[in-house]
Ligand binder design. Structure first.
Ligand code: ADP
Ligand code: MG
Length: 239
């Protein structure tokens, strides 16, 4: 059974019908990229997967559990599904280490010392083993984003969602963040990412999903999507 499976997910904001029946699945250990124009519903869809957005129809199943954000227990969902955003949103008054440790102590009630050890390990994993005591303002954008990734990883999520996590970065800092994502992919972390980095998506993804006007317009292997697009909308988009 797929680790993440959605059937007919619907979402409306007032009269704006944003998700029009999204069928989507990800196997354990897969890397799936979601591409598409601005406004096609990519972020909204990602947010439904961790309960940040309620749905108006359809179903979402993650790791064998039905998620019903209409009445569901979102705590269990949020423990399983980590998310990294375009804006890293670190607490400026906390060190990198404290930022990474915080959610574990608050949400999982992990003892402080244990959480700090886990934080140190996760900072190591994103190549920031020497930045535990640094404050966000002392770090570059790329380093801050890597702290945000470490923070998500520290919760040991079953699946990690990344929403355009390099879009706010200066071009010279994009590579170090993509490098971390690539290493997670190699370690078979289940990843769902919205990205504009087409070359990267092509290189690391098992599957690419093209969203258009609130629908999954096309999906397939990177080769199928980028070399043999079957719709005019996708052809236009990747040109
Ligand atoms: P994408 O990430 O593909 O650019 P979004 O999911 O952000 O697309 O947006 C899809 C549509 O949903 C847009 O028309 C956007 O204006 C609308 N939308 C997104 N979030 C909200 C919200 N919280 N309230 C109202 N409309 C929203
Ligand atoms: Mg978006």
């Amino acid at each position: 059974m797929a680790l993440v499976e959605t059937l007919g997910v619907e979402k409306q904001f007032g009269t704006n019908h944003v998700l029009k029946g999204i069928d989507f699945s990800v196997e354990r250990g897969q890397v799936v990229s979601i591409i598409g124009r601005s406004g096609s519903g990519k972020s909204t869809f990602l947010r439904t997967l961790n309960g940040l957005e309620s749905i108006d129809g359809g179903s979402i199943q993650i790791d064998g559990q039905h998620i019903d954000p209409r009445h569901g227990d979102l705590r269990a969902l949020r423990l399983k599904v980590g998310m990294v955003f375009q804006q890293y949103n670190l607490f400026p008054h906390l060190t990198a280490g404290e930022n990474v440790a915080l959610a574990q102590t608050v949400v999982k009630k992990t003892p402080r010392r244990e959480a700090q050890a886990q934080a140190a390990k996760m900072l190591e994993r994103v190549g920031l083993g020497d930045k535990f005591g640094s404050y966000p303002e002392q770090l570059s954008g790329g380093q801050q984003q890597r702290v945000a990734i470490a923070r998500a990883l520290a919760m040991e999520p079953t699946v990690l969602l990344c929403d355009e996590i390099t879009s706010a970065l200066d071009p010279e800092l994009v590579g170090e963040v993509l490098g971390v994502v690539e290493s997670l992919a190699r370690e078979h972390m289940t990843l769902i990412m919205v990205t504009h980095e087409m070359r990267f998506a092509r290189a690391v993804s098992d599957k690419v999903v093209f969203m258009h006007q609130g629908r999954v317009w096309e999906s397939g292997t990177p080769e199928a999507i980028f070399d043999r697009p079957s719709t005019v909308e996708l052809r236009r988009f990747i040109q």
